[in-house]
Design a binder for this molecule. Structure first.
Ligand SMILES: Nc1nc2c(c(=O)[nH]1)N(C=O)[C@@H](CNc1ccc(C(=O)N[C@@H](CCC(=O)O)C(=O)O)cc1)CN2
Ligand SMILES: Nc1nc2c(ncn2[C@@H]2O[C@H](COP(=O)(O)OP(=O)(O)OP(=O)(O)O)[C@@H](O)[C@H]2O)c(=O)[nH]1
Length: 482
């Protein structure tokens, strides 16, 4: 019954903007009271959708709404919960919110207030509906903008992450138990037995450490999916970089929520290419400059810096322009870019302008591939005017994205940086201390070190003592009404 002492919270869970439906969520012991006041009737059967007229305290009609009542603990929050699906007009929503607010009456012990960010999910956590990995999965799911991000968030949302960590926790616990037998009944064991046991635990922990490190590695590689794969278009002026960017952005869905700021000479355009979030930078051309031309030098410097920080570098060269482009100079520039360990694609653009048969295509490829020292499989012959070669280019880009994010063989995973930090600093750190005390032959402190690792996992899932400080971190990034 302790939850009944909490105030009842309410919030608009959808946006306050003209739309078909707006959903107001109410959670807490006063949910049924609010229902009765708004509809002048007793709450309906739980989980049964009902259409009701909502009225103000003065009896004025506010709206016809679809209402859903959940009786705790069988609800999202674990408390009594009411959902009002009203018509999505701004004035309607505001009128209903106002009517709910008006029911707050401390003199009658009726405590109702607007919810804080993530407070519904926080209640769900407090009432044991979800652990923190699942809660963070819910947030990642809401934040997902692309198909790959959605898939990456699933492992947390579905409880797989929770299970994985529970498995690790159990494994460490078992090893702590093994060590504890030695501590408690040490005199019953001979030295050799103790050493053998200590060694077994040591081997187990080494194995688990490697599992956790591999997991962290995968998370780090997956992270690129969340932030967007940084791709840069490099090439001489007029090569067609902007044209290619435009085609990519128009063919694929632009991620509108994030139209990037334009710098003087590099623009970052976030686009969704076959489910991958990609941030494409269009640079000022790498060009031959006279020493005096400081602005151009600065532009080139930035392009170089940017390519260094990119995951995928796409070099764009026009095929028609032997006279216009000083290729020697260009290749010189490109060779200074340190591209050895990067994913690279080369585009030979403006194919529509030259007359080529199969043989001369091969000559083109031979020539450029040799001079750039880049494998021919990385080359694409395209035309922005007639669109030839674009499909094969996008396919190659997706192939590179998979290599970059390691998402070819297994689904990517996303976990919060909070979880990553705890794994690194608490769990793995505990293992390091364990090894240290093992070297010192100190069973007691070695065992304590493993308990620190267990506590680390407890902080991740939210089972640890002193959990309040953790909650602030997790819930502050949620939207209201979630
Ligand atoms: N209208 C609406 N749509 C929504 C949500 C919601 O809360 N309301 N959700 C919010 O995230 C998601 C669905 N997730 C949910 C998870 C659990 C429960 C829930 O009430 N669980 C109870 C009752 C189960 C049942 O009726 O069978 C339980 O598990 O005991 C509701 C939604 C997405 N769509
Ligand atoms: N014929 C033909 N013209 C193209 C093709 N791609 C681009 N162009 C033209 O080439 C010119 C330069 O294209 P942009 O896309 O602005 O080239 P850019 O590399 O961004 O140029 P800078 O901004 O100067 O670095 C434009 O007039 C385009 O219409 C192509 O495949 N075929």
């Amino acid at each position: 019954m302790y939850y009944s002492t909490r105030p009842t919270i309410y919030a608009l869970s959808t946006h306050l903007a003209r739309s078909a439906i707006g959903i107001i969520r109410i959670s807490g012991s006063m949910s049924s009271h609010i229902y009765t006041k708004l509809t002048q009737s007793q709450p309906p059967k739980p989980r049964l959708a009902t259409v009701k007229t909502l009225r103000s305290s003065k009896g004025k009609v506010l709206d016809e709404a679809l209402v859903l009542y959940f009786k705790g603990p069988a609800s999202y929050t674990g408390e009594d919960l009411l959902e009002l699906h009203v018509h999505g007009g701004v004035a309607i929503i505001q009128a209903v919110l106002k009517a709910i607010k008006g029911l707050h009456d401390p003199s009658q012990g009726i405590h109702i207030r607007y919810a804080e960010n993530g407070e519904f999910s926080q209640r769900a956590f407090i009432n044991g509906r979800f652990d923190l990995t699942e809660i963070e999965g819910i947030r990642e799911m809401i934040d997902a903008e692309t198909e790959t991000q959605r898939i990456a968030a699933l492992s947390s949302l579905s409880g797989d992450t929770k299970q994985l960590f529970a498995g690790w926790r159990n494994h460490i616990l078992n090893n702590v138990a093994l060590l504890t037998t030695v501590i408690d009944f040490g005199e019953d064991h001979d030295i050799e037995e103790v050493n053998e046991l200590f060694q077994t635990v040591n081997d187990n922990i080494i194995q688990l450490e490697s599992q956790i490190s591999q997991y962290l590695n995968k998370v780090r590689r997956s992270e690129v999916l969340l932030k967007g794969i940084k791709t840069i278009l490099l090439g001489p002026p007029n090569a067609g970089k902007s044209s290619i960017l435009n085609i990519l952005a128009n063919n694929e869905s632009a991620i509108v929520s994030e139209i990037a700021g334009t710098t003087r000479d590099i623009i970052d355009v976030p686009i969704d290419i076959q489910g991958y979030k990609v941030v494409i930078g269009d640079t000022a051309g790498i060009r031959t400059t006279t020493k005096e031309d400081q602005i151009e030098i600065e532009g080139i410097k930035r392009a170089k810096l940017k390519s260094f920080a990119s995951d995928l570098v796409i070099i764009v060269l026009p095929v028609n322009d032997d006279k216009m482009v000083d290729y020697n100079d260009l290749f010189e520039h490109i060779s200074t870019l340190k591209l050895e360990n990067k994913e690279i694609l080369v585009i030979l653009n403006k194919m529509d302008l030259i007359d080529v048969d199969k043989k001369s295509k091969q000559q083109l490829l031979d020539k450029f591939s040799k001079r750039l020292e880049i494998d021919q499989s990385k080359f694409h012959l395209i035309s922005c005017i007639n669109g030839s070669g674009m499909e094969s280019l996008t396919n190659s880009m997706v192939h590179s994205f998979k290599t970059i994010s390691l998402s070819e063989s297994t689904d990517p995973i996303i976990v919060s940086s909070r979880i990553q930090d705890l794994l690194e600093n608490d769990v793995l750190q505990g293992f390091q201390q364990f090894y240290h005390w093992k070297d010192q032959d100190d069973v007691v402190l070695a065992c304590e070190s493993l308990k620190q690792s267990i506590e680390g996992i407890g902080k991740i899932t939210g089972e640890a003592v002193g959990v309040e400080e953790i909650l602030g971190v997790v819930f502050s990034s949620f939207c209201i009404g979630k």
